[in-house]
Ligand binder design. Sequence first.
Ligand code: SAM
Length: 277
Amino acid sequence: MNLWINEAQTKDLELRARVRETLFMGKSDYQEIAVVDSEQFGRMLVLDGVFQTSVADEFIYHEMIVHIPLFAHPSPKKVLVIGGGDGGTIREVVRHECVEKVEMVEIDGLVVDACKKFLPEISEAIIHNHPKLELKIGDGISYMKEAENKYDIIIVDCSDPIGPGKGLFTPDFYSNVYKALKEDGLFVQQTESPFYHQELITYVNKEIRQLFPITKLYLASIPTYPSGLHCFTIGSKKYDPIQTNSENVQELITRYYNNEIHKSSFVLPSFVQELLK
Ligand code: SAM
C-alpha cells in the first residue's frame, strides 16, 4: 500500500506521512475532518488538511499549553479552554487538584465525536464526562464577549488563524479575554512556528502587550508541527509565568514538562527575541 497524507506547511513545503489506514473522514459546517493511522506518528487528527495532533507527540503540546500557565498561577480554580476539540488540553487541566471547574467551548461537535471514537487516549476526560468539565459546543469568539471577571486561566487551544479560528487572533478577541479574566488571571494561546509564522508572532505579541502588563513567549519542540519548533504566547495580569508558584506545587507524572523545562522554555534564541521587539 502506498497511501500518503500531505500537509502544506508553507506554500513551498509539505510534510508527508505514510498512511496505514484512514479511520474517519467527514465534513462539518466548519471544516473537513479526517483521522488517519500513520506509520510514523500513529493516529492523527487532520482538519482542512492541517495536522492537529498525533498520538505520538500530543503529550508535548498538551502538557506545555496547560502546565506552564497552571503552575504559574498560585491557585487556578476556574479555567476556560477555547477550541481543544481533541480533549488533550482538558485531560491535562483536570489533573490539577486546585482546579474546581473547566469550561471548554469548541465550535465543532463533529471534531469532538471523531476524537472520542478514534483518539480515546487524548479524549479521555470528555469520554468519561469528567465531573470538573462543562463542555459547550459553540463559537469561542461570541462566548468570550459575554464573560467578565470570571476565569483564573484561559487557554486558547485553537487551529491556525484561518477558517473558524481566524477571529481568535484579533484585538477584539484579546480584549474580551482580558475582560473575562480575574484581576490576577492569565491566558495562553498557541502561536505557531517561529520559522514560518513570524508576522503572526510579532502581531500577537504586540496586541497582547497593549493589554497585559506581562507578555511572554515560550517554546516547545513538536515534531508534527511546522518546523518542529512551536510557540505559545502568554498574557498575564499579575504573575510572571516564568516562575512556578509555590502554593500550587503538585507532583505530576509528565513526559515533557518538568520544573527545568518550565523555566528554560522561556529562554529564546536571538532570532525569536527579534520577533518580539
Ligand atoms: N493542537 C492543535 C494545533 O495547534 O493545531 C489545535 C487542536 S484543536 C483540534 C483546535 C480546535 O479549535 C478545532 O477543533 C477547531 O474546531 C477549534 N476552533 C476553531 N475555531 C474555533 C472557534 N471560533 N471557537 C471554538 N473552537 C474553535
